[in-house]
Write a protein of this length. Structure first.
Length: 389
């Protein structure tokens, strides 16, 4: 009889308790996986940001606008392949009181050339460029608003008053996770020339630049900002990744809380395992005394307990991984992508999260069993044999 065989055969001696422990570990792994998935998907846009793009905004805040003529100065900087701009519009469905989505006015001639992670069929893109009030939507938003190419669409804005009417010229699909599938893009000229845009004439919100050499990102950022140092509206230029993270900064406290909660979940799982192992060891004290009496050394007793604890934890971890994959990737994930695409364009548990959860379960199972295993291995044979309960 070896350690692995003993642990496997003893795994379900107390079936009810073992099954409940496995389920508790599985639920802990599920919760841990859900939390880590939310954090990973929240950061996915920044993690997969293009390395050859820069973002330029007002130095004070992204809520402040820049003169439109700045785009010409940016395009003249050596090393800038192309540059485009946009203004935040903030779309709302007039049929719904609360839901909003990312809507912005952009340069129709260059936007989809620079932001190449949004794939638009060539005929739809050509139609959009030729339609003054044309708009292109993400595939998820088009489904939410129940529109298709050629339909008329009326939306509201959280900044500009009244109803805004558009013609759906195209629907884009994402090529990378940086693309928000729940956004709407229309002509900057359409917004700029409208009388309701009283204070934003010839103003832009931010500039996106495509650079020739990604290794020159820092130097080009300084070169762009230097141009506007002596002007009334100064700028700050950064990599697209830094630009994405600047939006996440407002939610850093929430992400930190999620990290702490995931650690608490692991701590709870460890305590559950420790309680189960301690009860098993107490019940088998007499049995361990018999094993010692017939020649098994203390190291074997230690190994029996540790391996059994790790085995329980791994079985629970595997069940938790199965639940995580089923409930998140095939249940919650599609729902969140459909209804919360502005925050989570993608919501699927990355394989590395599943692997971390399984390894953590195994390691914590071993940690939970260390104290009772050491105590059991140090019991005197005669004392163990006296214990009959």
């Amino acid at each position: 009889m070896n350690i692995a065989t003993y642990a496997r055969r003893n795994l379900f001696r107390r079936k009810g308790r073992t099954i409940l422990t496995i389920l508790a570990v599985a639920v802990a792994v599920l919760i841990f996986g859900a939390i880590r998935t939310a954090v990973a998907m929240w950061n996915a846009g920044a993690d997969e940001a293009a390395v050859d793009r820069l973002a330029t905004r007002h130095k004070v805040s992204i809520t402040m606008q820049l003169p439109k003529r700045y785009i010409d100065d940016v395009r003249k900087v050596p090393g800038i392949k192309a540059a485009t701009w946009a203004v935040w519009f903030g779309g709302k469905d007039p049929k719904e009181r609360t839901p909003f989505f990312a809507a912005f006015a952009a340069d129709h001639n260059t936007w989809f050339d620079v932001l190449d992670e949004m794939s638009v069929p060539p005929d739809q893109l050509a139609k959009w460029k030729a339609t003054p009030n044309g708009t292109i939507l993400g595939d998820v938003l088009a489904k939410t608003l129940e529109v298709k190419v050629g339909d008329r669409l009326t939306i509201n804005s959280d900044i500009y008053p009244g109803d805004w009417e558009f013609e759906v010229s195209g629907i884009y699909t994402p090529l990378r996770k940086t693309a928000d599938r729940n956004s709407l893009v229309f002509h900057w000229d359409y917004l700029n020339n409208d009388p309701r845009n009283e204070f934003g004439k010839e103003q832009i919100g931010w500039v996106m630049s495509q650079i020739s050499n990604a290794s020159e990102s820092a130097s080009l950022s300084k070169a762009i900002d230097k141009i506007f140092d002596e002007r009334d509206d100064q700028t700050v230029t950064m990599s697209e990744r830094a630009f994405q993270l600047s939006f996440l900064g407002a939610f850093s406290a929430i992400l930190t809380a999620f990290d702490l909660v995931s650690l608490v979940i692991l701590l709870i799982m460890t305590m559950i395992l420790a309680n189960t192992i301690a009860m098993s060891v107490r019940e088998r004290t007499h049995e361990y005394g018999v094993l010692r009496a017939i020649g098994f050394p203390p190291s074997y007793i230690l190994g029996f307990i540790l391996v059994e604890a790790v085995l329980i934890a791994l079985v629970g971890g595997l069940v938790g991984i199965a639940l995580t994959t089923l409930l998140i990737n095939f249940g919650m994930g599609p729902f969140i992508e459909q209804n919360m695409a502005g925050l989570f364009p993608y919501f699927k548990t990355p394989p590395w999260v599943l692997m971390v959860a399984l390894v953590a379960a195994g390691v914590l199972g071993g940690i939970a069993a260390i104290v009772p295993a050491i105590r059991a291995s140090r019991h005197k044979v005669i004392d163990s044999l006296r214990r009959l309960d």
